[in-house]
Design a protein around this ligand. Structure first.
Ligand SMILES: [Zn+2]
Length: 195
């Protein structure tokens, strides 16, 4: 059961604050015994980092119900889109923060492929945000031009500058994720991805 990564993505932190905030949270996790400061590459299959922090003596405090020995916790900084599921790279939908109308990109179960015409401007805005910190997209419903990070995305498609990747951990507990989110001080998204 080591072939999943569970991610908690900070949706609000600015890139310039991400490294310091990530380090504070690791200090807190080390103090709790959830991880150690020792790093390990084995078990980390991230596209963004090569190693993570080894689980600590009390890693069980972070998970719902024991299970198996976890792998490392990788801390990813940098503006990235993080996608849950199995190898997808597209969002299913996004909801406009102005008119609250949902734009659907993948019309499950009728289709498993994104509507390229609808998705292309959103993907371009995500790419612009990743490169420059600014990416805007025009709402097809109300024509408002809004930062791509202000749109409401499903948890499976998360845009953030600081992400905690729990490689091969048993399912995290809701209480732990709530506590971690409180430490971060921003909204978070949480999803599982297969690797
Ligand atoms: Zn709108």
């Amino acid at each position: 059961m080591g072939d999943y990564v569970e991610r908690v993505v900070d949706l609000g932190v600015a890139l310039e604050d991400a490294a310091a905030l990530g380090d504070q949270v690791v200090d807190w996790l080390v103090a709790k015994g959830v991880v150690t400061r020792e790093t390990e590459a084995s078990g980390v299959y991230s596209v963004h980092v090569v190693e993570g922090y080894r689980p600590g003596p009390h890693w069980g405090r972070a998970v719902h119900d024991g299970g198996w020995e976890p792998g490392p916790l990788a801390v990813v900084t940098g503006r990235h889109h993080h996608v849950g599921g199995q190898g997808e790279d597209d969002a299913e939908y996004a909801t406009c923060p102005h008119c609250h109308i949902r734009t659907t990109f993948i019309d499950y179960p009728a289709s498993f492929e994104p509507d390229e015409e609808a998705w292309a401007p959103f993907r371009a805005a995500v790419e612009a945000w990743e490169e420059t910190g600014t990416g805007r997209v025009t709402c097809p419903a109300c024509a408002a031009v809004l930062p791509v990070t202000d749109w409401q995305w499903p948890d499976e498609y998360a845009l953030g500058a600081l992400t905690f990747e729990f490689w091969g951990w048993p399912p995290l507990s809701d209480d732990f994720v709530a506590e971690l989110t409180g430490r971060l001080g921003h909204r978070t998204a949480r999803h599982l991805a297969k690797f």
